[in-house]
Ligand binder design. Structure first.
Ligand code: 4AD
Ligand code: MG
Length: 500
């Protein structure tokens, strides 16, 4: 039996089709039932009328639990108001496996509960939309590099070298000797770039960062290109073309998902090169300026106004709750209240943090790495991504090349996504001078013997080269306006918990 998929219903208007899927939601009103069926490709409202289907089936469907699997047969009608734009006038249905007491109901649940039930939560429309956007992002990443002459190199996950910082290593016992899980494929890629010219790696990356922020996972996916004969300007151009390509692909393929997620499509449509370029020193000037102080003060006023609006709406709903309502109306109010209360809690955190972040920014000292809140402020003040370049040497990794015109800074960049999402890319030109690189390795207290092979690259035909790394989950969070990156990977690994 061949089933029609929901994404192709447009081709079958007026025809009879059979869908195979799961019951996502349902509502009955006297002699008519509205079943929302999902089949992996989308959602479809199926209308069941008493008298048109046998009475026994009508009754069975009425009591069918959420997430029961079934097939439904009926005639396709175009209907703008319906989810997906089409609906099914049901003539027959077959229950495959009934489900009872599905734990995740259309009501809202706490995040802890949802993460514990991630194996089921993946079926929710929100997670489905995010998963599809992520799929496009991953596809666009591969396509961009494959179409631009890059060769894929799969770099190892077990490694002895420290690619970023020593504090965030996951040690493993490798047959009695210590190794750790990779923080970056970059150092291996540099050696491959000397063979192929332009290369990239794309895989899982591990950081034992003790950060419980919305931007940190302990296991995340990173794509890293590395190019021989490139300078900082070349890297910035590569990065802005790359990010713009990803955004274009997502807008092309996932408009309806972005709409359902209430992502900021208008802003995404503006993402085209050139992006803004600031040096670190300029970024510090911005952070410590009166303009930023005023900006944050205005933001605080707006946050308080939003809080007032939400509190008013909550009071309104609480008053409605006490009146005579049908069960589904009560459920709807409860769901909205849960959402509003969680928004309120978030606003409270923002209101509490605003003065702290303002103080951190105002007192920012040249030399420190930009913190999460500093990145947020700069990125909130821009409507397109911002490159921040030329960070102080001390704040950055050993492999970054110092600016020969100003030795206290390195030729690096971070790319901050707009609207407060913060860093999505980190990259740099690499130190290509043997002696300077060796000195940096020693300064950082790393064992030069482990870096023998890496130093070799500076002995045998060293060339200017560089690259960057883009975090997939942070990119997806930005594109989908998802607050926490844990929602942007199917099975997130968080510092405080690995759920399933
Ligand atoms: O800035 P990072 O640490 O750069 C590197 O690893 C370089 N070796 C890349 C290179 O030049 N080839 O990490 C790059 C990106 C960040 O901008 C961020 O998007 C993501 O990886 N990232 C994380 N994403 C989620 N959770 C974490 N704990 C992350 N740490 C970094
Ligand atoms: Mg970084």
């Amino acid at each position: 039996m061949k089933y029609t998929t929901i994404d192709t219903l447009g081709k079958s208007v007026g025809k009879e089709v059979t869908l195979a899927g799961w019951l996502y939601n349902s509502r009955a009103s006297g002699k008519i039932q509205f079943l929302i069926v999902r089949d992996g490709t989308g959602l479809c409202q199926c209308i069941v009328e008493k008298g048109i289907v046998p009475d026994e089936l009508f009754d069975q469907l009425k009591h069918l639990g959420q997430e029961s699997s079934l097939t439904v047969t009926g005639t396709v009608r175009a209907d703008q108001r319906s989810v997906g734009g089409y609906e099914l006038a049901v003539t027959n249905a077959q229950i495959i496996a009934p489900a009872e007491g599905y734990p995740i109901t259309p009501k809202s649940h706490g995040i802890d509960f949802l993460l514990k039930n991630r194996h089921l939560h993946l079926r929710s429309h929100r997670q489905w939309c995010i998963g599809r956007v992520r799929h496009t992002v991953v596809d666009a990443i591969r396509r961009f590099f494959n179409d631009n002459g890059f060769i894929l190199i799969d770099t190892p996950i077990f490694t002895a070298i420290v690619g970023e910082d020593q504090q965030s290593l996951f040690e493993v016992d490798y047959f009695g000797s210590p190794l750790h899980l990779t923080q970056t494929g970059q150092l291996y890629l540099e050696s491959a770039a000397m063979s192929f010219g332009k290369v990239y790696c794309f895989g899982p990356t591990f950081r034992a960062e003790k950060s419980k922020t919305r931007r940190h996972l302990t296991e995340f996916w990173m794509v890293e290109p590395e190019v021989a004969f490139i300078d900082l300007q070349g890297l910035l151009e590569l990065a802005e073309n790359f990010v713009s390509f990803i955004v274009t692909q997502v807008l092309q393929n996932n408009k309806s998902e972005l709409e359902a997620l209430e992502a900021d499509i208008v802003s995404l449509e503006k993402i085209k090169p050139p992006f803004y370029r600031l040096t670190y020193t300029e970024a510090v000037e911005i952070l410590t300026s009166q303009k930023t102080k005023d900006f944050l003060a205005r933001q605080l006023t707006q946050l308080k106004e939003q809080k007032q609006q939400i509190e008013n709406r909550i009071a309104e709903l609480e008053a409605q709750q006490t009146s005579q309502l049908k069960q589904w109306q009560k459920d709807k109010i409860t769901a909205e209240l849960i959402e509003l209360r969680s928004e309120l809690a978030e606003l409270d955190t923002k209101i509490e943090n605003n003065p702290k972040h303002a103080e951190l920014a105002a007192e920012f000292q040249w030399g420190k790495d930009l913190g999460g809140s500093d990145e947020t402020i700069i990125s909130q003040m821009h409507d397109k991504p911002v490159f921040v370049t030329h960070y102080p040497k001390e704040a950055k990794a050993f492999y970054m090349k110092t600016d020969r015109a100003e030795e206290k800074v390195v030729l690096n960049f971070d790319l901050l996504a707009p609207a407060g999402f913060g860093e999505i890319i980190g990259g740099s030109v690499r130190e290509d001078d043997y002696d300077r690189l060796l000195a940096r390795i020693q300064e950082q207290g790393l064992n030069p013997e482990t870096y023998d092979w890496y130093l070799d690259l500076r002995k045998y035909g060293s060339v200017p080269h560089g690259g960057f790394g883009l975090g997939v989950e942070r990119t997806v969070a930005w594109l989908t306006s998802e607050k926490h990156i844990r929602q942007c990977i199917a099975f997130p690994r968080l510092m405080d918990k690995v759920y399933i």
